[in-house]
Design a protein around this ligand. Structure first.
Ligand code: PLP
Length: 383
């Protein structure tokens, strides 16, 4: 190895030990198209609010991205507000509540935290064993008065998809507002924002192959007044001040332009998830939300006698990156509040492992992942 450069050594190391990344719901691999775009715009500079030529060309890049994102969810570009990610979009949306917030019990932790910060009255909406919100209960709660209702499009842990169209109808019937966290659904299933008549929706770039630190809040055009959380210099129609994150936004827009390709990639992933789940069940595993409609790339499962932290560690050492549910900033394996809300037996909740696939997943990644279990359980993999 004498005389080799560090880069060559790293390539050899990589070839010896290929890691298999199966944690796209935490963050996707950055798409090649997003990187290529960086090369294209690497000589761009200036502030998009400046009136000179450099500023105007920055503005063009941002507005093109806004239009691409709007097109990808069938809404007007004026309804797209760039933020620093899904979490900030959630924060702004929840700040618009009329003093009462109803939260689906399987929401992302960012929704619960943002709600607490508002100081408003918070009520939780239960889900059934499959993770679907109780619509009758929602009607009963709303009949007591208006609220901001927070129900996600699809769950980040189980992939379970909520009946958003029906939910939107109920919320409107009761003169309330609907905030829908579509961070995980975006790119995996089609979203028609205008047709669904949602009031607020959150998106995040790094779940579709863009860069972390970029996202959007989508606001229904009939909502005229929004209370900003960062006023700053009045950017983003006065809703989110601060000089725009050009790289994050343009890469996000580039991914949005590819939305149809991304949908078809995801449809293909369902085939891999089916192979995975057939085998997990044959090894004695239990799959959560199996009886309901789920995202095509996600599987959340548990084996009765193996705790998630042990299994995660073993898988990590063997070269497989999966997670125990939602990514947590402490890096610790925490019990899933989603499974608790679904009334899953406490013994199995601590064993749950999430596999989430994405654009670079290949069939042989799944075969290899299953071989790990085949060796552990001494059973053969089913085709
Ligand atoms: N909502 C859901 C459902 C998520 O899965 C995530 C990220 O894990 C977020 C919100 C937060 O998005 P971001 O990481 O862009 O702040």
């Amino acid at each position: 190895m004498v005389g080799l450069h560090l880069q060559e050594l790293l390539i050899i190391k990589f070839m010896e030990y290929e890691r298999i990344y199966l944690d796209y719901n935490a963050s996707s691999l950055i798409r090649k198209e997003a990187f290529n775009l960086l090369e294209e715009i690497n000589s761009s500079y200036g502030n998009p609010s400046s009136v000179h030529e450099e500023g105007r060309s920055m503005r063009d890049l941002i507005e093109t991205s806004r239009a691409n994102i709007a097109n990808s969810i069938n809404t007007n570009e004026k309804n797209v507000i760039f933020t620093s990610g899904g979490t900030e979009a959630i924060d702004i949306a929840l700040n618009q509540n009329p003093g009462r917030i109803i939260i689906n019990s399987t929401e992302h932790i960012a929704v619960f935290e943002a709600a607490k910060d508002t100081g408003s009255k918070i009520e939780t909406l239960e889900v059934d064993y499959n993770g679907i919100v109780d619509l009758d209960n929602l009607e009963t709660m709303l009949s007591k008065g208006p609220a901001l209702v927070c129900i996600m499009f699809a769950n980040n842990e189980t992939g379970v998809i909520q009946p958003i169209e029906k939910i939107s109808e109920i919320v409107r019937k009761h003169n309330s507002y609907l905030f829908c966290d579509a961070v995980q659904a975006y790119g995996k299933i089609k979203i028609n924002f205008d047709q669904l008549n949602i009031h607020f929706m959150a998106l995040s770039a790094h779940k579709v192959g863009g860069f972390p630190g970029s996202g959007a809040l989508i606001i229904n055009e009939n909502i005229k007044k929004i209370i900003p959380k960062i006023s700053g210099g009045g950017q983003e129609f006065g809703i989110r001040g601060g000089t725009e994150n050009l790289i994050g936004i343009t890469a996000f827009g580039e991914c949005a332009k590819l939305i149809d390709k991304i949908y078809s990639e995801n449809r293909k992933l369902k085939e891999y998830i089916n192979i995975l789940e057939k085998n997990i069940e044959s090894f004695g595993g239990f799959i959560f939300g199996v009886n309901t409609e789920r995202l095509p790339n996600t599987s959340f499962f548990a084996f009765p006698d193996i705790s998630a932290d042990t299994l995660l560690m073993k898988l990590d050492l063997a070269g497989y990156s999966v997670s125990s549910g939602s990514a947590c900033s402490s890096g610790k394996v925490k019990k899933s509040h989603v499974l608790e809300a679904m009334n899953v037996d406490d013994k199995i909740v601590s064993n749950a492992i999430r596999v989430s696939l994405g654009w670079a997943t290949k069939k042989n990644h799944i075969t290899s992942f299953l071989n790990f279990f085949e060796n552990s359980f001494n059973k053969s993999v089913l085709e």
